[in-house]
Design a protein around this ligand. Structure first.
Ligand code: S3P
Ligand code: PEP
Length: 440
């Protein structure tokens, strides 16, 4: 029997079949890099060619917004997507509200771009989850640059309105390590005369920096200081971008194969940018058997094939500078911890409370429903693993990473489970079910 089936009420029925997971998986394109390739392509002059773009709900939202803003973007499902750019300060005033759907990256990066489109007016919204997420973290530094942004809840939540201005450069120390905050400011600085300097408490993912440099921006990075400087105005020119597979999507299989006895999976063409490989470090600390093969570079990003074999995991501590390097992988790491011997402590992760769902509360309650020993604290979790889990009715809260994390946990529980609102997985991994049916 297939281990996973889709039901008519938007749920996944999981029936553990005791089989090891075996095979080769091509994970979908990196979501962060895909958003940025579409955005920089639209802001550049000339044509950008994108190979391996993620066609998920979030990147479709980005493409739809940039089409409204005047970019010509070819069919996203073709092997090579083309973007005819319009120039960094030259976006069109759209006729209607821009809809970022479920995507925080789309909304926050767009705010930076739109703030600098002098004299044009934009309105932005998203789904119920996105409208509840904090936007003040980008509105505040952009306002310091001279941006005019209005919105609900004291200009901190969508729907938001932006009247583009000629901005001024700033020196900004971000209170949080956030690639979305950093990228919004860098994108606002692109058409702005002068040098913008940005410092973070810890380094967040650096895909924007790498891609901006490839597109011709004048940008310098001090990795030790977690500081970036961009001098504008910058004229970007269209490039070819090869998008590697998403390590955040690979994470589900790294954990699934680690905890399912007898498993061996090869995950090909996965992005292993050091600002994203916290999941590998955490799993290695837990004793996982993961090796990197065929390491190479693809348009400025390190890539490798990952081989993972099952092993008994042990508890670990995940905190501090490691958190931004695995921020989206904490739900699936919590699943790994529930199958590890000993206690795993996750700290400094309060940011998870303002993702697509409150991921600390969500994973704690759902793992408890499976019988796991989990304590939720304000900025993390304590998980004591190693005891059997039992299938149950589970809730994804419409959060893609929750749905997929729970599927991996349920596969290793005793008895069947049903995961509600499971189609949310299409936000970042539309083929998740097909892939699982193929390997399980
Ligand atoms: O810049 C990006 O592409 C992302 C940055 C992270 O968010 P924060 O910048 O809010 O930490 C991450 O959680 C999100 O999935 C994608
Ligand atoms: C947090 C995420 O994305 P975003 O912030 O773009 O909605 C995610 O993909 O886990």
């Amino acid at each position: 029997m297939a281990a996973i089936t889709i039901t008519s009420d938007d749920a996944w029925q999981i029936q553990p079949n005791g089989q090891p997971l075996r095979g080769t998986i091509h994970v979908p394109g990196d979501k962060s890099i895909s958003h940025r390739a579409l955005m920089l392509g639209a802001l550049a002059t000339g044509t950008t060619y994108i190979q391996g773009l993620l066609v998920g709900d979030d990147t479709c939202s980005t493409a739809a917004c940039f089409r409204e803003l005047g970019a010509t973007i070819s069919d996203l499902n073709s092997d090579l997507v083309t973007v005819e750019g319009i120039g960094s300060g030259r976006l069109k005033e759209p006729l209607d509200v821009l809809n970022a759907g479920n995507s925080g990256t789309t909304m926050r990066l767009l705010l930076g771009i739109l703030a600098a489109q002098t004299g044009r007016f934009f309105t932005l919204t998203g789904d119920a989850s996105l409208r509840s997420r904090p936007m003040g973290r980008v509105v505040q530094p952009l306002t310091q640059m001279g941006a005019q942004i209005w919105g609900r809840d004291g200009h901190r939540r969508a729907p938001l309105a932006v009247l583009g201005q000629a901005l001024k450069p700033i020196t900004y120390t971000s209170p949080i390590a956030s690639a979305q905050v950093k990228s919004a400011i860098l994108l606002a600085a692109l058409p702005t005369e002068g040098t913008t300097i940005l410092r973070e408490p810890y380094r967040s993912r650096d895909h924007s920096e790498r891609m901006l440099q490839a597109f011709g921006a004048q940008l310098t990075v001090e990795p030790e200081e977690a500081t970036v400087e961009l001098t504008g105005p910058c004229q970007l020119s269209g490039q070819t971008v090869i998008v590697p597979g998403d390590i955040s999507s690979a994470a589900f299989w790294l954990v699934a194969a680690s905890i399912t006895p007898g498993s061996e999976l090869l995950l090909t063409n996965v992005g292993v940018n050091p600002t994203r490989t916290g999941i590998l470090d955490a799993l290695w600390n837990m004793g996982a058997d993961i090796t990197l093969e065929n390491e190479r570079m693809a348009t400025g990003e390190p890539v490798a094939d990952l081989r993972v074999r099952s092993t008994q995991l042990q508890g670990t501590t995940i905190s501090g500078a490691l958190i931004p390097r695995l921020i989206d992988e904490i739900p699936i790491l919590a699943v790994a911890a529930a199958f590890a011997t000993g206690t795993t402590q996750i700290r400094d992760a309060a940011e998870l409370r303002v993702k697509e769902s409150d991921r600390l509360a969500a994973i704690a309650t759902q793992l408890q429903h499976l019988g796991a020993t989990v304590t939720e604290i304000s900025d993390g979790l304590d998980i004591t693993g190693g005891t059997p889990l039992y299938g149950n009715a589970l809730e994804s809260y419409g959060d893609h990473r929750m749905a997929m994390s729970l599927a991996i946990a349920a596969l290793n529980a005793k008895g069947s489970s049903r995961i509600h609102q499971a189609s949310a997985a299409a936000v970042s991994y539309p083929n998740f079910v097909t892939t699982l049916q193929h390997i399980a």
